[in-house]
Design a protein around this ligand. Structure first.
Ligand code: GLY
Ligand code: MN
Ligand code: MN
Length: 430
């Protein structure tokens, strides 16, 4: 549970960064209807990070220079008739009480009240997001400010994207965030362990998926992303989500599934033999991916540049493919020319947090990577995919049949600590 004081602290940090600016954050729009049926609502992560407010059709404004109101919320007003159909609405009064805003207005009064928070700022901070209609609203206010500047001699002279303000904050997790992330990880570990017990030849992929998502639901969680339950050669399709095949004796099963707790996500992949025994080739690739992952995890250390764990994983994987005769040539050249890409086409990880592919800088200048610091949370997920129709890179050998159809990925969630790292998802055996 993230307390009101933490949200206040986040807003204070943002306001310190924007100085005389005004920042505007848009919630997710109204839940999308499909043929009169609503999709589940999911708040915009930046808006949620700033407010903790979980309703659509809202706007948050931070105006540190304003004389009366520094934190302003626009929300849907209470509407008992509507609530009968679409669920509870907090409303203007309760929102002020509960979410700590200096003033709360009904969303319908945005155009009336927003100008006073823009008039005297020196910059407008806004992320042009997926709500096109709202983007236009902001542009109209912006154009008005520009016209007024000529008359008044003051007003905002530029728009900056809030991404550059929020990303450096979101990429370092607080204790309260880590509590939520640890809970998401713990339940996801349990889900994976139950799934492995269930998966046997004859079971369908969707039955394994059901076991996983049942565990999430039992713990008040939802899938963080569509669960991937990929038996046999389906594991070579990175985002396989059909999950409708019957598992066969001799199959590997790749499960990439994680739960979300209060919007904080876990992201775990394990691959194992459904009959309990690897073939020689399966075992060789598994041990290679595991070695790559162990070496990569060891690179997740404060001070190390972000690319170091990917680079070491690629190095280990390519050396292994050379040893097995699946690649031929010089290690450094194969890496420089990316001849390994038919086997390993994605990067080794990403930031994890309120989004599965979380906010945060990867690079800080054109030639400088972000340096890990305590509180960063990253996935480490090397893999090897030898699709049934794999096409080797130019000049590389054809792949013998006994290697084809093997897809293996191992993914853990790794927290950077003061002295090294902690694997939050270590409870699923490898
Ligand atoms: N499950 C999505 C990912 O691993 O990035
Ligand atoms: Mn991932
Ligand atoms: Mn994943």
């Amino acid at each position: 549970m993230i307390e009101a004081a933490e949200y206040q602290h986040r807003r204070d940090r943002i306001m310190a960064k924007i100085g005389q600016g005004t920042a505007i954050f848009r919630s997710a729009p109204l839940a999308v209807m499909h043929n009169d049926v609503e999709h589940p609502f999911r708040q915009e992560s930046d808006f949620y990070y700033v407010t903790g407010f979980n309703e659509p059709n809202a706007v948050a404004v931070l105006a540190p220079h304003h004389e009366e109101h520094r934190y302003i919320l626009f929300v849907q007003p209470k509407d008992p008739d509507k609530e009968t159909w679409t669920g509870y609405i907090t409303g203007v009064e309760a929102a002020k009480e509960k979410y700590g805003a200096d003033v709360v207005y009904p969303i319908g009064e945005l155009s009336e009240h927003l100008p006073q928070y823009l008039a005297k700022c020196d910059r407008l901070y806004y992320h042009f997001g997926r709500d096109e209609a709202f983007n236009h609203t902001i542009l109209r206010h912006w154009q008005r400010c520009i016209r007024l500047f000529a008359k008044n001699g003051y007003g905002p002279t530029g728009i900056e994207d809030t991404t550059f303000i929020l990303n450096p904050l979101r990429v370092v997790k607080t204790e309260a965030e880590l509590n939520a992330l640890r809970h998401a990880a713990d339940v996801s570990v349990l889900a994976h362990n139950r799934a492995r017990d269930l998966a046997k030849p004859g079971v369908y992929e969707y039955q394994v998926q059901a076991e996983i998502e049942y565990t999430f639901a039992r713990n008040g969680m939802t899938p963080a992303y569509p669960s991937i339950v990929a038996g046999g050669e389906n594991a070579c399709i990175l985002h396989y989500i059909e999950n409708n095949r019957q598992l066969q004796d001799g199959d590997l099963l790749l499960i990439d599934a994680g739960g979300a707790y209060q919007y904080y996500n876990a992201d775990i992949t394990r691959t194992f033999a459904v009959n309990g025994t690897f073939t020689k080739q399966q075992q060789a690739i598994y041990e290679l991916v595991l070695a790559a992952q162990e070496k990569a995890i060891a690179e997740v250390q404060p001070g190390n540049p972000y690319n170091s764990f990917h680079d070491i994983a690629v190095c280990v994987l390519v050396q292994g493919l050379l040893d097995f005769g699946l690649l031929q040539g010089d290690l450094d050249e194969l890496i420089a020319e990316e001849k390994y890409k038919p086997f390993y086409m994605h990067r080794t990880g990403h930031w994890l947090g309120l989004d599965v592919h979380d906010a945060g800088p990867y690079k800080v200048t054109e030639d400088q990577w972000y340096s890990f610091q305590p509180g960063n949370l990253v996935t480490v997920e090397p893999g090897i995919y030898i699709g049934p129709n794999i096409k080797p890179a130019e000049g590389q050998p054809e792949i013998p049949t006994e290697w084809r159809g093997i897809g293996i990925r191992i993914e853990d969630d790794v927290l950077v600590t003061a002295n090294g790292n902690e694997v939050l998802t270590a409870g699923v055996p490898k």
